[in-house]
Design a protein. Structure first.
Length: 262
């Protein structure tokens, strides 16, 4: 595992955007570059920087295919809290990606189970995900894979915990009861199958989750800890998120990254 520590959220996002852009530009295969994407507050700065690069002519998304991590079940795409709406408002409407290259789970599918199976099959049809960008919750959940979700799970219907609905209630008039009780989400196994995983962790409230991801044992309690088993996992974090790391761990990753830059 690689842990890249940046001074603040802005620098973390800039580093992550530069890394993603570099990977897209270096992609030489005949098939498109397949990029997994999250929603939430963590990636907004990354999306803004990638959109800036696109407008400046530094990168194009014309040969990029995206698969989003999750979507609320029972929420139409026109709803201003759907993840379809979020992604278009914060990213897709600002870059040159073809509409047909965008893949987001359908929260209004008549058969949610079949929709999840279709999603897995479509990812496989592209040869898998090249790079999965993600964020984690304060309890370490990755996508909507809440604590104690199987670490080999695939895309499926997830029940949301009370804690998650309370946290997300701020987007639903501060009323957790208005937050959908279920969502469609890629599985931990789905994410782990990608060639690379880049996870964003920022803020002091994510410090315990970062420590569990890096220093704790692999456990279903912290689904983010599965990253330890991935051969090419990267965590990009800011200083406030490092508050629960031991001093030696913190110094180790700073030293390793310093040598990488030399």
């Amino acid at each position: 595992m690689r842990v890249v520590i940046q001074d603040n959220y802005s620098k973390m996002c800039q580093w992550a955007a530069n890394y993603i852009a570099k990977k897209i530009k270096a992609h030489k295969e005949d098939r498109p570059f397949v990029l997994g994407l999250p929603t939430g507050s963590s990636p907004i700065g990354v999306y803004q920087e990638l959109a800036r690069m696109n407008k400046a002519g530094e990168i194009t998304f014309k040969n990029v295919v995206t698969f989003n991590m999750d979507e609320y079940l029972g929420l139409p795409r026109e709803h201003d809290q759907s993840y379809w709406y979020f992604m278009h408002d914060n990213f897709f409407n600002h870059i040159d990606i073809p509409a047909e290259n965008i893949n987001i789970l359908n929260g209004m599918a008549e058969d949610p189970v079949a929709e999840c199976a279709r999603y897995e099959e479509k990812i496989a049809s592209y040869g898998g995900v090249d790079l999965f960008l993600g964020g984690i919750g304060v309890d370490g959940h990755l996508a909507f894979n809440e604590p104690f979700t199987s670490l080999t799970s695939r895309t499926g219907v997830r029940d949301l915990t009370t804690d998650t609905r309370i946290v997300n209630g701020r987007f639903f008039e501060n009323d957790p009861e208005k937050v959908p009780a279920q969502a469609l989400s890629v599985g931990i196994g789905t994410v782990m199958d990608s060639k690379e995983v880049l996870i964003l962790i920022s803020g002091h409230n994510k410090a315990r989750a970062l420590a569990a991801s890096v220093e704790g044992g692999v456990s279903q309690k912290w689904t983010c800890s599965a990253l330890q088993l991935h051969p090419a996992a990267i965590i990009a974090c800011d200083e406030p998120a490092c508050g629960e790391l031991t001093v030696d761990t913190y110094k180790y990753f700073l030293d390793i990254e310093r040598k990488e830059r030399l």
